[in-house]
Design a binder for this molecule. Structure first.
Ligand code: PHB
Length: 388
């Protein structure tokens, strides 16, 4: 009898010890999929740096759980490769959460997988509205093209712009940008003279500039995926005398901070509607950008940085609340409000997409002579208008 009691106490002690050790030492793994090679490699760099800034400011643990980020290189638009990487992360690395995802086709490719494996997945970028409808496990901390293109159209109309040619990369987000801008602009009485779909692989934009010029619109509204395509398009706009022809530039992420200096003074005055400028005036943004500069000298914050920084914040909220009991994680952040370096934001309880201010900005020089996206008008608390 005595012996049995002793043995039971022993087993109890061991299981209590194991439980507390498991809680204290349990590492929660997050797989981050992004381009780290090829023409869009800047995205992976920006994501990783922003996550590391977040960890430096907030610690390596969330609610007592150590958080480990595991990065995988998807290259550019690559749905089948992305799906394989997600499988590898879920089955091989046993991650509990996923993050990253720059391109819409890549994000779409993991929807059924994360549903089956019940893996909460924070989209740091991919911006076609309908993505979040493909799985209840998606949460998005970036933006959508509907969210920014409607305010751009409304601002253009207010400026007296009456005719526009739309020029977009021909895939999900480009199609959303075109439909969103057209819907808002035509509702006000504006006219879309032409809508040009440009292949993702295009590098020579001169023929498109000619086609736009031939129609003498008041403005061109563009969407291209940030990176070499946006840089080449804006450069081509500047070099083909579009401004002198009286064609105003309207865009979203085309004046991305990582390419501004290379665009040079020709970019001054370009107008865009977007959710984040590295020059956003707030203490939190100042703390974020100065920590980024301290940890990674020469780096500048852009849309990718803020999507990943807030993505890390949401991952930390979920992990702090439920650890690796991930099936309940998404419910924890529905309706969650916080301050981001971009301004006040929240996650829509139904769509799990970020509601945020949209800023109308123009490229200008700051007091140090650096080119910035200067915010001059704010449209507050805009939801994903493509999901209404
Ligand atoms: C997308 O594929 O959804 C995408 C990619 C790059 C951007 C914006 C959207 O800059």
């Amino acid at each position: 009898m005595k012996k049995t009691i002793k043995l039971m106490a022993g087993v109890g002690a061991i299981s209590v010890m194991m439980a507390s050790a498991a809680f204290a030492d349990h590492t929660v793994k997050v797989g981050v999929i992004a381009p780290f090679s090829g023409p869009f490699a800047i995205w992976g760099k920006q994501f990783k740096e922003a996550v590391e800034v977040y960890v430096a400011q907030n610690g390596e643990t969330a609610g007592g759980h150590t958080v480990e980020f595991i990065y995988k290189d998807s290259g550019g638009p690559n749905p089948s490769g992305t799906k394989s990487l997600a499988q590898e992360l879920i089955i091989g690395e046993k991650v509990d959460y996923l993050g990253g995802l720059v391109f819409t086709p890549n994000a779409l490719s993991v929807a059924s997988l994360i549903d089956e494996a019940q893996i909460p997945t924070v989209i740091f970028n991919a911006a076609t509205s309908s993505i979040v409808l493909q799985s209840e496990y998606f949460v998005r901390t970036s933006f959508s093209l509907w969210q920014v293109s409607v305010p751009m159209a409304e601002w253009a109309w207010e400026q007296g712009i009456k005719t526009v040619v739309i020029s977009v990369t021909d895939y999900g987000p480009g199609n959303d940008a075109q439909v969103a801008f057209t819907t808002a602009f035509e509702a006000l009485g504006g006219e879309v003279l032409d809508a040009i779909g440009m292949p993702l692989s295009t590098t020579d934009f001169a023929p498109f500039m000619q086609r736009i010029k031939d129609q003498s619109p008041d403005a061109v509204f563009a969407f291209l995926p940030a990176g070499p395509p946006t840089f080449a398009f804006v450069k081509s706009y500047n070099e083909n005398g579009m401004k002198d022809a009286g064609i105003t530039f309207l865009g979203t992420g085309e004046t991305d901070e990582t390419t501004l200096e290379a665009l040079g003074d020709a970019a001054i005055g370009l107008t865009t509607a977007y959710h984040y400028s590295a020059a956003h005036v707030s203490d939190l943004n100042q703390a974020f950008t100065s920590k980024l500069d301290e940890m990674f000298p020469g780096s500048v914050a852009n849309l990718a940085s803020v999507g990943a920084y807030d993505g890390a914040h949401i991952l930390y909220q979920m992990i702090a609340a439920v650890g690796s009991d991930r099936t309940k994680a998404v419910d924890v952040v529905r309706g969650y409000e916080w301050e981001s370096p971009r301004g006040p934001v929240s996650l829509d309880p139904d769509t799990r997409h970020i509601t945020q201010n949209v800023y109308i900005r123009r490229v200008a020089k700051d007091e140090n002579g650096n080119l910035i996206n200067e915010e001059f008008q704010t449209i507050e608390a805009v939801p994903d208008l493509g999901l209404l």
